[in-house]
Design a protein around this ligand. Structure first.
Ligand code: FAD
Ligand code: SF4
Length: 332
């Protein structure tokens, strides 16, 4: 590991220390992504700011009110997943967290760190590969033309096809969450859908956060669809594995007719992926296997598979159909 300076932030006003922040700074919450990547020499921060003490503030709280759910960025994955009101009123949130990683990691890892976790592309994580535009801008992409079974089919560019690996982000984007941030420049709120950036020309730029900007928490608006929601995750093994394909679905039904539907797809895209074309296909329709398959076709109409990952298109469609029918069948 390379040398770095370490400072604990004890209260939000300590953020002043970040007034000269740059991309060489990093926050540490649970450390389950950051420390791994530092040991691999992929991330090389010069200054690390420890957030742990801020968990005593609203960054560590969960609040459920009529208007919606607030989740502090330093809440541990396990605490949000097992929170009774989250489980009952926002099952898709609880399920995305419970189906992620392992119990030990969920005990340690924070919600803010979870949404900012980095791709598992093996060429990104192994510095002996020189061609990786995300790690080494302008160097090329070893996955295009390499082994790309795990890679994305949606939101890719000719510069990067890395999959966004997280699960929780699919619940947040499906439920139209907001992200609350703090920085020495002040507080701001942005749509969760505006947090991540598709690779396009700059795969190394993954979010719209400024250097030194801290996620304070997430606000999830309530609606009749949040209770009728679920997450289906398909992976190579039943636990401790990232999604090969997944679908987060929230539904409001009038008899069998769809009055509101929210769909996000994981394991298949470069960023948390809201499937708006699929939602449009279902609006006002009877939800059955035929309409669900039609929506799945729309969701993957723009898919661009590579040599080893064409199966993800078929798998992604089947996963979405399964999620839609499962959510329809929920007893509320
Ligand atoms: C073996 C393994 C399997 C896993 N499987 C899954 C899985 O199936 N599904 C899944 O979703 N995840 C999975 N993960 C990822 C895991 O959930 C994340 O590593 C974890 O959630 C990150 O949280 P953390 O608090 O440890 O983040 P950290 O490692 O502390 O931080 C991660 C990044 O976020 C930044 N950061 C942290 N908090 C903030 C904040 N509040 N504001 C701004 N920046 C911040 C840090 O600077 C760093 O760049 C797995 C991880 C491992 C090691
Ligand atoms: S897919 Fe992206 S992360 Fe993977 S090697 Fe290519 S540029 Fe790097």
């Amino acid at each position: 590991m390379r040398p770095f300076t370490y400072q604990r932030l004890l209260q939000p006003s300590d953020m002043a220390a970040l007034s000269n922040a740059s991309s060489r700074d990093a926050f540490i919450a649970g450390g389950t992504t950051l420390l791994d990547l530092m040991k691999l020499d992929v991330m090389r921060p010069e200054r690390i700011f420890d957030l742990d003490a801020l968990a005593q503030t609203d960054l560590g709280s969960i609040e459920v009110a009529d208007g919606g759910l607030y989740l502090g960025a330093l809440v541990r994955m396990v605490d949000a997943a097992d929170h009774e009101q989250v489980r009952d009123n926002y099952p898709v949130v609880s399920q995305t967290l419970n189906l992620a990683a392992s119990q030990q990691i969920r005990n340690m890892a924070s919600l803010g760190g979870n949404v900012l976790q980095r791709t598992r592309c093996p060429y990104f994580r192994d510095t002996s590969w020189s061609a990786c535009n995300k790690r080494n801008p302008g160097s090329g992409c070893a996955a295009i033309g390499g082994f790309n079974r795990m890679h994305a089919v949606l939101g890719t560019s000719e510069n990067c096809i890395a999959t966004y690996p997280g699960d929780f982000a699919q619940a947040l984007i499906a439920l139209d969450a907001d992200v609350l941030t703090i920085s020495p420049q002040g507080d701001r709120t942005l749509k969760f859908s505006d947090l991540h950036v598709e690779p396009a020309e700059r795969p190394d730029v993954e979010s719209t956060l400024a250097p030194g900007e801290l996620i304070r928490g997430f606000r999830v608006p309530s609606g009749p669809w949040t209770r009728r929601s679920a997450y289906v995750k398909v992976r190579d093994r039943e636990s401790y594995e990232f999604a090969m394909a997944s679908a987060a679905v929230a539904l409001d039904l009038d008899s069998d007719i769809v009055s509101e539907v929210r769909i996000a797809l994981g394991g298949v895209a470069t960023v948390p992926w809201r499937a708006r074309e699929a939602e449009a296909r279902l609006a006002g329709k009877r939800l059955d296997e035929t309409s669900a398959m039609d929506a799945a076709e729309a969701a993957f109409a723009d898919a661009r598979p590579h040599e080893h990952n064409a199966f993800k298109v078929k798998l992604g469609k089947a996963t979405l159909v399964r999620a839609l029918l499962q959510v329809k069948a929920m007893e509320i």
